[in-house]
Ligand binder design. Sequence first.
Ligand code: ATP
Length: 349
Amino acid sequence: MPGQTDEPHRTVDPYADESERAAEAVLRPASLAEFNGQPRVSDQLGLVLAAARQRDAVADHVLLSGPPGLGKTTLAMIIAAEMSAPLRISSGPAIQHAGDLAAILSGLSEGEVLFLDEIHRMSRPAEELLYLAMEDFRVDVVVGKGPGATAIPIDIPRFTLVGATTRAGLLPGPLRDRFGFTAQLDFYDHTALRDILLRSAQTLGVDVVPDAAAEIARRSRGTPRITNRLLRRVRDFAQVRADGRVTLRLAQEALELFEVDHLGLDRLDRGVLEAVCRRFAGGPVGLSTLAISVGEEPETVEEVAEPFLVRQGLLMRTPRGRVATPAAWSHLGLTAPRGAPGSGDDLFS
Ligand SMILES: Nc1ncnc2c1ncn2[C@@H]1O[C@H](COP(=O)(O)OP(=O)(O)OP(=O)(O)O)[C@@H](O)[C@H]1O
């Protein structure tokens, strides 16, 4: 069973506070068989882990990348469970000094899975220490200072590193290359999200009719965390305003109350689109200017809102900045001004 945890430090996830995290934990699938969606990643990972088990070996290091809420932490926990290994959780921002990482690594037990969330935010010295640890299962502990300093190599137990990042492109090549298996998690399709929702509803004892399940899944931004969160809010609504049963009509009313529109866009998504269209005439607008105008950190806009907006064909990233597409104007019920992207006399026409 996954064991000890250091609560990861998160900087780009506006969705989850502590109580939300606790609610999420109940709904996490515990094995690959229960993990819905991402069939290719699931198959490949299943094979890698089965092979390691057959050889009685420690599994190769795994890098998981993709937007928040798609299941990176869940997969790290599943890897540990499938390997019957303990799990230790930490994160890039929590590791300021190489010594912090050396202490974690030397305290691991043989075969332990170390999950490093937001691995791209680790300090450079810690990153360099990690290279040697991943490859040779060794850390160099520096004793003394200045010209008299010496590096004493210390063997550490063989372990599996599971790194997670929202931005694989930010990882230095030497670090990326040391992972034996890399998986890019993509947004989930509606069917997978509906199945996740039905499983969660069963766990929580919520009665959801099939078309309501499909509707909530469709408005979940392709993200299981959001599916589960919307289910909990719809459940609240059904409990307080009705008899607890989630019908299609009730789901629609609840989603409207919580400002989730028919494409699944939430307040931040719409704020970004509105800013690009209304304040910057459709763009192009630079990331930092855009972030200031919606009152968010640039990382949050870039890593949380944009991937889904781009995927939905509502926003484009161009070398000159972010640009609203014709679909964005029409989704907001606006008409693009003459010459703006989407106006009919621009690069889209
Ligand atoms: N494939 C899946 N099947 C069922 N539930 C899932 C799946 N993927 C994720 N979930 C649920 O979504 C929630 C969020 O998943 P998780 O914490 O693993 O995401 P994450 O990618 O690690 O996000 P972050 O980058 O913010 O840490 C969890 O409660 C989990 O139960």
